[in-house]
Design a protein around this ligand. Structure first.
Ligand SMILES: [Zn+2]
Length: 328
């Protein structure tokens, strides 16, 4: 029997990329969900994959997105919480701000699905002890906001590409993205946070064993723009290293893996957005095929459910002041 591994997609919308990037015009919440959701659902259906979509509350709250978002749950994919405002500095929020954020998101999600939300991924891998505390209080079952990597600043610098319009204040906020609490946790294997009486399974976004470089689909596609065979070798090596080290891979997809620059001209500057869509989809297909050869692919909730009784426990003290836990 093949070991299990999970697959999820962070449904970042056009406006959330523009917002993080500091581009004007995001305030009207421009959306590409009408294009990317049906395309992705069709792609997954053809490969008989059921995954987890982490959806941003703001999108679910907006009438124009509802029809496409409702299709996701209708196709039996799991819906996860990806925050309301998609601010990668979520770890700086106070407890009350977080409670409001979660409440608003859960209310908005009720408009697109009747699934109860049990999983969370913070925008830009942002996490704090207060976020964990709020998740536990609201009976979430798992979190997957950690990205174990030695190159976090590099990974986040991705968002800083060419952003001349950004104000100093916005730049300051983004500086705080570096050296966060979550960077201290480098485990590639799932574990359990013990928060008072409750516990949450943590499923880190898998990075390459030992080297901890990213292996999410967008990164592998980016490598393919330099050399397709190099990218394939890198991915095959990653899958094999995970299998041999007993790491149950959790692979992350993004909407840009299913879009070309023609679909979203505002995001043309992002890596690999110059690839023709057919070429991109074919490459994603190859990535998933290699993945499926070695692992049994499940959604995040099933992954968390399967590992919850066998993983190591990390205790999180309940704190009044989140700032005490910040490293940078
Ligand atoms: Zn996101």
């Amino acid at each position: 029997m093949k070991p299990i591994a999970s697959l999820s997609l962070d449904l970042d919308n056009k406006w959330s990329y523009m917002k993080t990037h500091g581009d004007a015009g995001w305030e009207t919440f421009p959306s590409y969900l009408d294009t990317v959701v049906p395309r992705t659902l069709q792609f997954l259906k053809e490969r008989d994959l059921k995954i987890t979509f982490f959806i941003v509350g703001q999108d679910a709250a907006r009438e124009e997105n509802r029809e496409s978002l409702a299709q996701i749950s209708a196709a039996n994919h799991e819906i996860g919480n990806h925050s309301f405002n998609h601010e990668p500095w979520l770890h700086l929020y106070s407890k009350q701000e977080l409670v409001d954020e979660f409440q608003k998101t859960e209310e908005a999600m009720a408009k697109i699905t009747n699934q109860r939300l049990v999983g969370f991924r913070g925008p830009g891998y942002s996490l704090s002890p207060t976020v964990l505390e709020v998740l536990a209080e609201r009976n979430y079952e798992y979190d997957c906001s950690t990205l174990p990597t030695y190159i976090a600043p590099l990974a986040r610098a991705y968002y800083f590409f060419k952003s001349p319009e950004m104000s100093d204040e916005e730049r300051e906020k983004r500086k705080k993205l570096f050296g966060k609490f979550s960077d201290g946790f480098q485990s590639l294997k799932p574990y359990r946070w013990q928060i008072g009486e409750k516990s949450l399974v943590e499923i880190p976004v898998t990075t390459l064993p030992v080297f901890k470089t990213p292996i999410h689909a967008s990164y592998v596609i980016y490598l393919s723009t330099f050399s397709k065979s190099l990218a394939k070798t890198y991915w095959r090596t990653a899958v094999e290293m995970c299998r041999m080290s007993g790491t149950q891979l959790s692979l992350l997809l993004h909407p840009l893996d299913f879009l070309s620059g023609e679909d979203a001209p505002e995001l043309k500057f992002f890596p690999a957005m110059n690839l023709p869509i057919e070429q991109k989809l074919e490459f994603v297909s190859e990535i998933l095929e290699t993945f499926g050869e070695k692992f049994e692919i499940v959604n995040m909730r099933q992954h968390a459910e399967t590992v919850k009784d066998e993983v190591q426990i990390k205790r999180i003290p309940i704190v009044k002041n989140t700032k005490e836990f910040q490293t940078g």
